[in-house]
Design a protein around this ligand. Structure first.
Ligand code: PEP
Ligand code: MN
Length: 278
């Protein structure tokens, strides 16, 4: 049976697409750590986070300047000032930056500060936005919609490629489940499934899946064992004061140890894979 998507299909390209962002390669054999705060809040907060991400061997710094909040009364992000702080912090430590773009009219301004454009879960099926980032000259990280099937997700990615932008990274961040202890339901199986369906690289976000900092490390380990090209983790220098997603933020000073633990899993999994193929 013919697949409903064409350009993103594994049949179109047999090897995984590698996306280069500065010195970071996503989809190559290297494991990529993306980390940073949920929201950009201040210069001090961004610099502390950037230094921690750098010290942990991160490849990309994250930080939201335009936040898609459930409540209109919640912190909506610093807007362009946030983009400026993010870019400044990234430049200070020599890391490229990723941030969310909420609407088509913001694609140009976000592209002028960010190295990678993030499409959030709530916007995965926003077709005008998908077309707009498809025309941008920046890689796009497309998060899975919280109630989307894999085919819907891949068709959303197809919109971006169909506009001429082939640099798309998929990000699994969990889907809506029925378990109130967990923010979302992480789906590690989707990683090897995607490998069979698409050539696009796959990142896993254990922070928005778990919603609790104590579950971020084990969820990230599961993602790596499942073969993810990298993980995206929310960190904060002082999680108790975070304006958004404090409960899931890993304290910055714990990131280097967490990264070392993740790299141990990377090594173990790769050794195992090698042993299996002999
Ligand atoms: C985020 O990564 O900042 C975010 C809002 O996540 P999601 O779109 O997955 O909810
Ligand atoms: Mn968040």
């Amino acid at each position: 049976m013919a697949v409903p998507y064409r350009l993103v299909s594994r049949e179109e390209r047999s090897s995984t697409t590698v996306i280069h962002v500065g010195a970071t390669a996503i989809g190559a054999s290297e494991f990529v750590l993306i980390a940073g705060p949920c929201s950009v809040e201040s210069w001090e907060q961004m610099m502390a986070a950037a230094q921690a991400v750098r010290a942990a061997g991160g490849g990309l710094l994250r930080g939201g300047a335009y936040k898609p909040r459930t409540s209109p009364y919640g912190f909506q992000g610093l807007g362009e000032k946030g983009l400026e702080l993010l870019a400044e912090a990234g430049a200070a430590v020599g890391l490229p930056v990723i941030t969310e773009v909420l609407e088509p009219s913001l694609v140009d301004v976000v592209s002028s500060y960010a190295d990678v454009l993030q499409i959030g879960s709530r916007n995965m099926a926003n077709t005008p936005l998908l077309r707009a980032v498809g025309r941008a000259r920046r890689p796009v990280m497309l998060k899975r919609g919280m109630a989307s099937t894999v085919d819907e997700w891949l068709l959303a990615a197809e919109y971006v490629l169909a506009e001429g932008n082939e640099q798309v990274i998929l990000c699994e961040r969990g889907v809506r489940g029925f378990e109130p202890h967990l923010r979302n339901l992480l789906d590690p199986t989707v990683v090897p499934l995607l490998r069979t369906l698409t050539h696009l690289p796959v990142i896993v976000d254990p922070s928005h899946a778990a919603g609790r900092r104590d579950l971020v490390a084990p969820a990230a380990c599961a993602a790596i064992a499942a073969g993810a090209d990298g993980v995206m983790i929310e960190v904060h220098p002082d999680p108790a004061s975070a304006l958004t997603d404090g409960p899931q933020a890993v304290p910055c000073d714990e990131l280097p140890a967490l990264a070392a633990r993740l790299r141990a899993v990377v090594r173990a999994v790769r050794t195992e894979a090698l042993a299996c193929s002999i």
